[in-house]
Design a protein around this ligand. Structure first.
Ligand SMILES: C[S@@+](CC[C@H](N)C(=O)[O-])C[C@H]1O[C@@H](n2cnc3c(N)ncnc32)[C@H](O)[C@@H]1O
Length: 226
């Protein structure tokens, strides 16, 4: 089981305990031969949850993609940002460096070199619509049938909110949507059913209302811990 409160909560980042456990449990189930891909690592809070999951699971590779210069909101908050050394140290302290391959690039640059099939895609990079949509376009096709795709901050940031809403309304390749605090996740399938599509649309309304609770949890309980 993931010891979120004692170890991971100390790493600075934006993740609630429920979100961390979701990343851990999903990473644990990724099948051998597939990889886990994270877009946006910051100082490694979510990466550690993924690393711990794969350590307890099938020991598949975690690609942690981040230029480590922060997103526009971080640059506004903190000025010039470089999170790379702290990221490496946190991954090492957590004992998961064996499973994590840091890729110090943008999602777009990284997509040119990573050819591996993806069993779990976690999107938490730049949150503007154009970047989240680009992440979706670049990586969704590389996710295997029955793989999991998850977007963080999907209720209160317009970028991830709109991209996931579009997927829920129009995609014929997703089913089983779930809301874990601010994460919206789906299972990728070759073709969903009519019932899946109705369920996906229903979920969109459910998320509009219950996403507020996850947002409050992230804001007041799971936010930055320095
Ligand atoms: C919200 S933070 C990630 C938080 C992290 N997942 C956690 O749980 O602590 C967003 C990160 O995305 C990174 N980022 C910004 N633009 C990116 C891009 N185009 N591709 C990949 N990562 C990007 C930033 O450097 C920043 O570290």
């Amino acid at each position: 089981m993931l010891n979120f409160k004692n170890n991971i909560a100390k790493v600075e980042g934006w993740l609630t305990e429920a979100e961390g456990i979701f990343l851990y449990e999903t990473a644990k189930k990724v099948r051998p031969g597939n990889a886990i891909l994270e877009i946006g690592s910051w100082k490694g809070k979510s990466t550690i949850c993924l690393g711990k999951g794969t350590q307890q699971g099938n020991e598949v590779q975690v690609y942690a993609v981040d230029p480590h210069i922060g997103s526009s909101e971080h640059q506004k908050m903190f000025g010039k940002v470089d999170t790379y050394q702290e990221f490496l140290q946190n991954i090492k302290n957590a004992g998961v460096e064996k499973y994590v391959e840091p890729i110090r690039k943008t999602s777009e640059e990284a997509s040119k070199n990573i050819r591996k099939s993806i069993g779990f895609l976690f999107v938490d990079g730049a949150h503007e619509y154009k970047f989240v949509n680009l992440d979706y376009k670049l990586w969704f096709a590389k996710v295997v049938d029955q793989g999991v795709v998850a977007f963080h901050d999907s209720w209160h940031f317009p970028g991830p909110h709109l991209v996931t809403a579009k997927m829920l309304l129009f995609s014929s390749a997703i089913k089983n949507p779930q809301l874990i605090d601010t994460i919206t996740s789906f299972t990728k399938v070759n073709k969903n059913s009519f019932f899946d599509r109705i369920y996906n649309i229903g979920f969109l309304f459910f998320r509009l209302i219950f996403g507020f609770y996850g947002f409050l949890k992230l804001k007041y309980k799971g936010s930055v811990i320095k």
